[in-house]
Design a protein around this ligand. Structure first.
Ligand code: C2O
Ligand code: CU
Length: 482
């Protein structure tokens, strides 16, 4: 497993550089104290290696690409106000990049090849460095083509300087979809979609798509497979809790094409953050997590036993799962396909969320600029557009620096689109004036949805659908803040 910075706290003040552990960890961290006592500048330093790796899908193992030894990539965790410095080493056979999803940072560090930087060529390195001023649950991932879908992602946690939540245990759950065949080549999946073979809706059509690259799929593997922290449903991660514990779960969805409906049997969840930003706590049985979204929830461990935590892939009967086990409880795991009763209840909606009081954000109703955004797609050709244009043959969207901008989106298609804006947070307009602060928002089929944001971070920022195949099919724009 990846080392966290805590492993190296003892090195603070030694002024060491990054430390790489040969073979067994792609990531390491050292702490550096400032050379002068006056400075409060702190650097969390990591080395991140993108390379070919083997992944166990609950029986057969597949070769794919990732950061470090497996999926997800190693957790990167730092303190608000610290500077993150990550040396990316590209051991892949093609160019790559790292995007720090959700983090407002200087444009040059945003990791979008062709927009904010050249791709980092095979065999080359690149150092990302930025100050993490906004605490929250984020992720990092490749922004090169469909590489994200091979497994090039990991969680990024920025802890607040003053933590107001109190909890006994914390688990980060990254929920991924493994869509296609044994060789896991997303470009083949994309070509099939373009050719009109297979479909993404509900992904029932995906099960026949295994065995790309000439390899026969193992008969016992039915694609897609859904993974929590890289683990298939047959070998789930066990989350241990003590009776009476307050448990924080950070739910992260790096999937290319799956919205999850998440519930924990025998327990309710209290949502505390959307995309890392605090909301007024709201209790629910179940919630939806779209591609690119993150939710932080608190669970009161007051119901001893062994419980299913299920993330059902929307539109299917399949799920990713983990198991919540109370200490001292030796019972067997619930069966892999056991659906928690809580999943049958209503999903939490954006309308039920209010940003926490005192959160800075753009107030609704007073935009300097209103931008209509029409989302269209053609299932036949798999071309997806924003206002009729498919990236990269698309004009930039202009926003004046300092302007309050309102994006009024209309989804004309029959697919949900998780729309993600880089470099900024926005406020979802849910009619209350206090909609949740987010960076990724699901626009459901035939739905209209608006968000407001302050264009205070100059540069060229990607705005796109986080369904990776829609993004690849053109549903992306550059937003120019100048
Ligand atoms: Cu998660 Cu444009 O990215
Ligand atoms: Cu989409």
């Amino acid at each position: 497993s990846g080392l966290t910075r805590l492993d190296f706290l003892g090195l603070a003040g030694l002024g060491t550089g990054a430390l790489v552990l040969g073979g067994c960890s792609a990531l390491s961290s050292t702490r550096q104290n400032p050379p002068t006592a006056r400075s409060t500048y702190k650097v969390a330093e990591y080395v991140l290696e993108a390379s070919v790796l083997k992944l166990n899908l609950g029986g057969p193992s597949v070769e794919t690409w990732g950061y470090g030894e497996g999926l997800p990539g190693p957790e990167i965790r730092l303190q608000q106000g610290e500077t993150l410095r990550v040396r990316l080493r590209n051991r892949l056979p093609e160019g790559t990049s790292v995007h720090w999803h959700g983090v407002p940072l200087p444009n040059g560090m945003d990791g979008v090849p062709g927009v904010t930087q050249d791709p980092v060529a095979a065999g080359e390195s690149f150092t990302y460095e930025f100050r993490a001023d906004d605490p929250g649950t984020y992720m990092y991932h490749s922004h090169s083509g469909l590489q994200l879908d091979r497994g090039l992602y990991g969680p990024l946690i920025v802890e607040p300087e003053n933590e107001t939540l109190s909890y006994d245990r914390e688990y980060v759950l990254t929920i991924d979809d493994w869509l296609d065949g044994v060789d896991g080549v997303p470009e083949d999946t994309y070509e099939k979609l373009r050719a009109g073979e297979g479909e993404m809706a509900g992904m029932e059509g995906m099960s026949g798509m295994g065995g790309t690259g000439g390899a026969e799929p193992e008969p016992d593997v039915k694609y897609p497979v859904y993974l929590i922290n890289g683990k298939p449903p047959e070998e789930p991660e066990e989350l241990e809790v003590g009776r009476g514990d307050t448990v924080r779960l950070r739910l992260v969805n790096p999937s290319s094409a799956t919205i999850y409906r998440v519930a924990l049997a025998g327990h309710r969840m209290t949502v505390t953050h959307t995309d890392g930003q605090p909301v007024e706590p709201v209790e629910t049985d179940a919630l939806r997590v779209g591609m690119g979204e993150r939710y932080d929830v608190i669970v009161k461990a007051a119901n001893p036993g062994v419980w299913q935590l299920a993330a059902r892939a929307e539109g299917t009967r399949k799920m990713a799962r983990a198991v919540l086990r109370y200490e001292g409880t030796n019972g067997p795991q619930p069966p892999p396909d056991l659906e928690p009763r809580e999943l049958g209840s209503e999903m939490l909606s954006y309308n039920a969320l209010r940003s926490a009081p005192g959160i800075d954000g753009v107030e609704a109703g007073s935009p300097d600029r209103v931008v209509p955004i029409t989302l269209r797609g053609d299932e036949e050709t798999y071309v997806w557009t924003i206002n009729g244009q498919a990236f990269p043959d698309a004009d930039p969207i202009e926003a004046g620096r300092g302007e309050r901008v309102r994006f009024e989106m209309e989804n004309t298609t029959m697919m949900p689109h998780p729309m993600h804006l880089h470099g900024h947070f926005f406020r979802v307009d849910n009619g209350t004036g206090r909609g949740p602060i987010k960076d990724t928002v699901l626009v459901d089929p035939k739905q209209r949805l608006a968000f407001d944001w302050l264009a205070d971070n100059p540069g060229d920022w990607a705005f796109h659908c986080h369904q990776a195949y829609h993004q690849e099919g053109g549903m992306m724009r550059v937003v120019k803040v100048a």
